[in-house]
Design a protein around this ligand. Structure first.
Ligand code: FUL
Ligand code: CA
Length: 495
């Protein structure tokens, strides 16, 4: 009897201790994934968040946005092209990669393709021995940036455009790009097509069947074979989708899921669906927000005074990255082959604000208390929310779909930015959440939102409190949240 009592006592003490340590009970399985989940290449892509676009071709020298395809290669003559300056500027601005227009709609190739004479090899630049794609690949490698390429499906120069021969040409070119320049993180397939062009001298309008002409599946297979980690971008994926506008703004919410079978590259019936995504959706297909730092995609001296301000760029960051999408900001090299001073200055101002905001996470000093922890297992502990790691998360038991978690501080903290992230390998789980501050003896809600996903940023007026609470208010399954952070955007940020 005594023995049993003793054993019970010891057992109870053990359970208590284990509970305090947050590590009791038999090992519990992680939550089952909910809905579609990201592939490995998509997960890597999600970590990039902010990267640049480089629009550069004959248009830079003819002052156009869409070249007709009859431009002589000799018009391409940057006086002091320096891909190192592009990559350095991008890295210093916080970008993780750069995507170059290897060929835009005009058909001029920035690399010496074996399959056409319409390229840098017939320009005066470096006596025809230059290769912009190579120069960028080397510069990205030096700066630790990833590289992506844009190869326009529409080609207004090629005589065979509209016929099956052109598709063979297009794939041969793509193969050169996939094989010769190292790893790519993204290949960009543009849906734009205006119909008319030079087409080897025919100067006519050519209409293609957007659903069948390009036979996209065969082309995508080629990329999968040669660059398995490259994400394929188009209006409808298959890895990354267009956000439905060229203003750089994701929907709120912007679900990472979409019914992919309803979308075809170059044929978007309802862009608003791309802006918001679809829930439920059949596929993990997150949005990318493409926008130019200037009104046009290519450089025009007449737009030198119309470069977006640091504050405008910061707003775009919150409206893209802050809604779970990525921010693809276009920086068009000028006729020298350099990023213009005004663009560089704006980027520097932007980066100053972003780094001043996000370098100090106030939540890392907090004690974190959750209404529940899955199996009381440390692997799912609330402290995982403040450890600055994406691969650890807080989760609850399966039946607990509306839990809450509180950050407690010794002294009041002051912040105006909150960042939340879900643990993506388990899918997008949270549908609605709210944030509260403990003030004068009660909770006051200061924010609510729909969807979290890769990253959800809230920015508002300053909050001062010793306790901050996150409430999951709607979710079909238990949450899996990897981050709950607090930051302050300095008030004296440049405008
Ligand atoms: C569009 C193109 O027509 C523009 O010229 C630019 O390349 C933009 C990113 O995509 O569809
Ligand atoms: Ca974490």
């Amino acid at each position: 009897m005594i023995c049993i009592r003793k054993a019970c006592f010891l057992m109870g003490a053990f359970l208590l201790l284990a509970e305090i340590a947050g590590a009791a009970g038999p090992a519990v399985a992680p939550p089952a994934p909910f809905g579609p989940i990201p592939s490995e290449r998509q997960q890597k892509w999600h970590e990039m968040e902010f990267y640049g676009f480089l629009h550069f071709t004959v248009n830079t020298f003819t002052d156009k946005e869409w070249g007709y395809g009859d431009e002589s290669p000799s018009v391409f003559h940057p006086s002091r092209l320096d891909a190192g300056q592009w990559a350095r500027t991008a890295r210093e601005a916080g970008m993780k990669g750069l995507i170059l227009t290897a060929k835009h709609h005009d058909g001029f190739c920035l690399w010496p393709s074996r399959f056409t004479e319409h390229s840098v090899k017939n320009s005066a630049w470096l006596d025809g021995r230059g290769d912009v794609v190579r120069a960028l690949a080397e510069a990205c490698a030096r700066e630790g940036l990833k590289m992506g390429l844009y190869l326009s499906p529409w080609d207004r120069n090629h005589r065979d455009y509209g016929r099956p021969e052109y598709i063979r040409y297009y794939r041969s070119q793509l193969q050169e790009l996939l094989e010769q320049y190292g790893p790519l993180f993204e290949v960009w397939f543009d849906g734009a097509n205006g119909g008319d062009g030079y087409y080897g001298g025919a100067r006519e309008k050519r209409i293609i069947d957007r659903r069948t002409y390009y036979d996209w599946n065969t082309t995508w297979d080629l990329v999968r074979r040669l660059q398995p980690l490259a994400c394929l971008f188009s209006d409808g994926g298959p890895d990354v989708r267009w956000v439905g506008n060229e203003r750089g703004i994701a929907g709120d919410p912007c679900w990472a899921t979409l019914n992919r079978a309803e979308f075809f590259p170059g044929e978007v019936a309802d862009t608003k669906v791309l802006t918001r995504g679809q829930r439920p959706g059949t596929d993990w297909l997150p949005a990318e927000c493409d926008v130019s730092i200037r009104p046009g995609w290519f450089y025009h001296a007449s737009e030198d005074a119309r470069v977006k301000t640091p504050q405008q760029l910061v707003d775009l960051y919150y409206q893209s990255v802050g809604r779970g999408a990525s921010f693809l900001l276009n920086l068009p090299p000028d006729r020298r082959g350099l990023l213009h001073e005004n663009d560089v200055r704006s980027l520097q101002g932007f980066q100053k604000i972003i780094s001043a905001t996000f370098t100090r996470n106030l939540a890392s000093q907090a004690r974190v208390k959750a209404s529940g922890v899955r199996g009381r297992d440390r692997r799912f502990a609330a402290a995982n929310l403040v450890d600055d790691r994406r691969d650890t998360y807080w989760s609850t038991d399966d039946r607990t779909t509306r839990p809450e978690v509180v950050l407690e501080f010794k002294h009041p903290v002051e912040f105006n930015v909150v960042r939340l992230r879900e643990y993506l390998p388990l899918g997008q789980r949270v549908e609605e959440f709210a944030l509260d501050a403990w003030q004068e003896g009660s909770w006051h809600e200061f924010a609510r939102g729909t969807g979290i996903g890769n990253c959800r940023l809230w920015k508002g007026s300053k909050v001062v409190a010793r306790r901050i609470r996150l409430r999951i208010t709607r979710a079909p399954v238990c949450p899996a949240i990897s981050e709950f952070s607090l930051f302050t955007e300095p008030a004296d940020s440049p405008r």
